[in-house]
Every structure is written in C-alpha cells, then in structure tokens.
Design a protein around this ligand. Structure first.
Ligand code: HEM
Length: 406
C-alpha cells in the first residue's frame, strides 16, 4: 500500500469545533491515519500507534538519537535498549516506580518542595513558572535517580544546559564545532559536580535508587552519566513542561480551576490526565521495524517492511475520535474513553518502553498545582511556545506570574 491509498481520519474539517490545544491550535488534523512518505511511515491512528508500541519483537527504539548512540561500544541507557536486555533492566528498576514506593518515599519530598516553592513565590511576589517547575521536576527525579550529593547548588541549571542541545546537523562547520565543544563541556561539568559525587557516595553506601542499581551492575562512570542525562530528558524536562501547560490551561479557565481545586485526588488526576492527553509533551516516538509488520485501518491492511522508520504521531493518535470520543481537541475531563484506552491516551507511550515515571509525574504535578493554584495569581505574561527537536517536545518559557498584592 502506498501513500496514494492512504486512509483519512474520520473528521469533517468544515464542522470541526475550535481546538483548545494550546501547543498548536491551528495544526492540521485531517492527515491520513497511515501514510508512507519515502522510507518513513507515519502512523496517526490510536490503534495503529499502540499496536506498534506494543510490538517490541518487531521494532527497535529509533527516537531521541538512539541509532546514533548505539554506534558506541558503551552500555546504552534504558530508553535505547531493546529485547531481553531492556526487559531485564525494566524489571530491575520497576521497584523505584510503583505507586506504593512513590507514595511512601516521595510524597513527603514532593509536599515539602511544593510548599517551599509556593512560599518562595509568595515572598518574591512574582516568578517565571517555568523556573519553578524546573526546580521541582529536577529535585524529584534526582531523588529517584540518586543525584543527591552535588558538590555545588545549581544542578537544575547545569542539567538544563546539558539538555538545551541545539540540532547541529544544519549548522555551519564552525558553529557545529563550537556547539559540540560546548555540549561536551557542559556534560563534563554536570558529571564532575553532580554525577561523580553521587557515584562515590553510593560506592561507600548503596541506596535504593537507580545509580546504586547501575553500580551493582558494574556500569562505568560515563555510562551512568548517560543514564542520568536520559532521566533528565525523560523525567525532568517532560514534567517541567507539563506542569506549565497544566497551569496555563487551569489559569485561563477559572471554572475548571475551581473544579480542580474542589475535586478529590482521583478527580484532580483525571483533569490532569485529560490536559496531558490533549497536550502530549512528547509529540512523536520513533521505531525501526526489525521485521515486517502489518497495521490495519478502516479495513485496509498496510505492510510495513523490515528496516522502515516508523513515526508514531502521538498528537494525532491522542486526538483520534475512535479512541477518545467526540471533539477530541477539546478539554473535557468527563469524556468517555474507548475500552482499554489509558486516561492520558498515549502521552506516556505504551508497551515495553511505557514511561515508568507516569505516576510520579502526575502525583508531583498535582501536589504542586493544588498549592500553587490556591494563590491569588495574575498572569503577567503567558508563556512563549518553542519546540525542542531532540525530544520532539513543546517548551513553554517566560511564563510570568504574579501573586496579587505581592
Ligand atoms: C509528564 C511527564 C512525563 C511524560 C509526558 C513522559 C513521557 C514518556 C514517554 C512518552 C516515554 C516513552 C518513550 C518511548 O516509548 O520511546 C517515556 C519513557 C521514560 N520515562 Fe517518562 N515521561 C514523564 C515523566 C517521567 C518521570 C517523572 C520519570 C522519572 C522520574 C520518567 C522516566 C522515564 C524513563 C526512564 C523512560 C524510559 C523507559 C524505557 O525506555 O523503558 N518519565 N516517558
């Protein structure tokens, strides 16, 4: 099946209600559900995307520069592993992420941090929410990973610098050279001040965290550094953006904010999941077919050959009416999802690589937002939207808020 036979989404552009998707309200949503362009297959239906994510035997991770990284002889971070090695790693780290562990071990930390950040904001009178959410997301994920012995304060800023890699492939040779030098320098700075002291502390006394686990598996320093950067991108940057996005929606819709603040925990999580469904932080995932694959849409079967690159469009899949019901681009926490569809749809992925930090992310966002949104807030400047090409994610910056009377 080629592109000319591509199947269309069952949407009528003429009568489409206005989109509430802030990360791109004007994007086209009538692209074909399954489309081949050159050697790349673009999948946009919920069912097809989930099927590929669940078919770990016929696919390999191809996102986040994984294929470039595999050329080195170093052990790969969990996000880039596949097959038995990946399964083993996920089983080993699962204990750090169960709802029970999160509740027992991190809830107090989340509460104390959220209280401190809200107190700081009240005292300062105004702040950029994206700075506040970065501090929160970094501190929480750092505890899970074991980055708790830094030689100097300011890890959030160092990690942000490591993650703000520009895409250098299109830059001039000089710019590329400078860019690569800077990227290396920032990475080593993060290693020396944050990762190495954490390793040393855990060599002396192992703890219940990811770094201790990697040391028990004889990972080298540089391999642990790469794993920490992966958690930085997968866990810290994503949660930081989500908190800002959720706050933006809730601040602009006073009724929804009231509803959120009055709800019990399941009710609040439901609202947050619906915001995340509408605004998936990671917009695309990529897989390489390692065997022939068949995906079906509207009764037509498409054969994706081994070796093809598959672009899994989470923004489109999360707005597929077959999975999430009518008016998929509207924020409706009470929407009825089709059987088996997760509350945030595919925003945390699915299958073997499904985000282990999903529960942490929602709980930490909720603990913070509950406190933050009770302040008498004014939005001084709404966030500016940027795009991070490496993790295919929106970035919200300069989200200035003021505490009234502050
Ligand atoms: C709103 C916040 C978050 C979002 C939207 C998010 C999203 C995702 C997605 C879509 C994946 C799947 C990647 C793939 O299939 O290729 C993923 C994987 C991952 N996430 Fe999250 N994540 C969030 C928060 C977190 C947190 C808080 C942590 C840890 C503290 C975390 C750690 C990870 C790790 C380690 C992986 C790799 C898992 C694997 O490859 O097996 N994430 N995340």
């Amino acid at each position: 099946m080629n592109a000319s036979h591509a199947a269309a989404h069952p949407r009528d552009p003429e009568h489409r209600p206005p989109s509430q998707r802030k990360s791109d309200p004007s994007e086209a949503t009538d692209a074909p559900a399954i489309e081949r362009r050159g050697d790349i297959w673009h999948l946009r239906s919920y069912r097809a995307v989930r099927q590929v994510l669940r078919d770990a035997d016929a696919t390999r991770q191809a996102g986040f520069n994984a294929e470039l990284s595999r050329r080195s002889s170093l052990r790969q971070p969990v996000l880039f592993q596949d097959g038995a090695e990946h399964r083993e790693q996920r089983t080993a780290i699962a204990r750090f992420f169960t709802p029970k562990t999160v509740d027992e071990r991190y809830r107090t930390l989340m509460t104390e941090l959220a209280d401190a950040l809200v107190d700081d904001l009240r005292a300062a009178g105004a702040a950029d929410l994206d700075d506040v959410s970065l501090r929160l997301a970094v501190e929480v994920a750092a505890r899970v990973v074991g980055l708790t012995d830094s030689r100097r304060p300011g890890m959030a800023g160092r990690l942000e610098a490591v993650l703000s890699l520009e895409r250098l492939s299109a830059a001039s040779p000089v710019r590329r050279g400078v860019g690569m030098f800077l990227a290396q320098a920032r990475m080593w700075w993060f290693y020396l001040l944050d990762v190495r002291p954490a390793i040393a502390a855990r060599r002396r006394e192992p703890r219940e965290d990811v770094i201790s686990h990697l040391l028990a598996k004889d990972y080298r320093g540089v391999e642990i550094l790469i794993e920490c950067i992966t958690y930085g991108a997968a866990g810290m940057a994503t949660t930081r953006e989500f908190i800002c996005m959720a706050a933006w929606h809730l601040l602009e819709a006073p009724e929804l904010r009231e509803r959120y603040l009055a709800a019990d925990e399941p009710g609040r999580h439901r609202i947050l999941h619906e915001i995340l469904r509408l605004e998936p932080v990671v917009a695309h995932l990529y897989r390489r077919a390692s065997a022939d694959l068949e995906v079906e849409h509207d009764g037509v079967t498409h054969r994706i050959p081994a070796g093809a690159l598959i672009d899994l469009d989470l923004r489109a899949a999360n707005a597929d009416p077959a999975a999430v019901g009518e008016e998929p681009l509207r924020l409706r926490p009470e929407r009825e999802l089709a059987a088996g569809v997760q509350p945030a749809a595919l925003s945390f992925g699915d299958g073997a690589h499904r985000c282990p930090g999903a529960f942490i992310a929602i709980q930490e966002s909720d603990v913070f937002l509950q406190r933050f949104l009770r302040l008498p807030l004014e939005v001084v400047a709404p966030p500016q939207l940027r795009w991070n090409e490496l993790i295919e994610s929106y970035e919200l910056r300069g989200f200035r808020v003021k505490v009234a009377g502050g």
